[in-house]
Write a protein that binds this ligand. Structure first.
Ligand SMILES: [Zn+2]
Length: 220
């Protein structure tokens, strides 16, 4: 089961207080999606994974902590317009704003995950076009991280698993296939091998839908 509570939070950017839902506990049943989106019930708690200050628009997992975030990013016109980009829902925009913050800090992997979460929100709304736009941003950010850390990554296969799925979901089947062939040269674990095989079939069929890591179609 999932337990949620409302908590007041003082924004680390502007100092104003607003109420936010805090997830106390949740469980997960079944395999994740190919892009590692968790299964239910945790899957449905996505709105609690990010908070948005209603006053200044600061978006974070916890808006009472800003760490090294520069206020100029949050106040910038591009960030402020991203908060209300009509192509995406409010929640999706919050994740995309978080991606901008992480990108500005050079945390490209965290930025990629934020953009991917924005895509999941649009998946839930069956908005394929907007979800694809979020995934394209996620690809750019993950590739930036991959390029920076390629030689020091402990488990590069995990990156291939993610990037192959992101390309397939955005109908970039040729690139997905290239990544798949490249990834096969790595020392793959059994479960990764299995995922690669499933992806290979889906890419051949030009199937861009959402599947679990066991190859089951995820019915939204
Ligand atoms: Zn604020």
């Amino acid at each position: 089961m999932t337990t949620e509570n409302l908590w007041p939070k003082e924004c680390a950017m502007c100092g104003k207080v607003s109420a936010h839902t805090k997830l106390s506990s949740s469980t997960e049943f079944g395999p994740p999606d190919m892009d590692l989106r968790p299964a239910e019930m945790y899957r449905s708690t996505i709105s609690t994974w990010i908070q948005r200050c209603p006053y200044c628009g600061f978006c974070s997992g916890d808006i009472s902590e800003a760490e090294e975030v520069d206020k100029t990013i949050v106040n910038s016109p591009s960030y402020q317009s991203q908060l209300n980009d009509p192509r995406f829902s409010e929640l999706s925009n919050s994740f995309l704003c978080r991606a901008m913050i992480e990108n500005s800090l050079g945390n490209y992997q965290a930025a990629g995950w934020a953009a991917l979460r924005a895509a999941w929100v649009m998946d839930d709304r069956q908005n394929v076009a907007s979800a694809a736009q979020c995934r394209l941003r996620a690809i750019k950010l993950f590739l930036r991280d991959f390029a920076a850390r390629r030689d020091s990554l402990k488990e590069p296969a995990k990156y291939y698993v993610l990037l192959i799925d992101l390309h397939r979901r955005t109908e970039q089947f040729g690139m997905a296939q290239t990544l798949l062939l490249e990834g096969r040269l790595l020392n793959l674990q059994d479960n990764e091998q299995q995922i690669f095989d499933i992806q290979n079939e889906l890419i051949a069929k030009r199937d861009a839908r959402c599947y679990t890591t066991l190859g089951e179609l995820r019915n939204e």
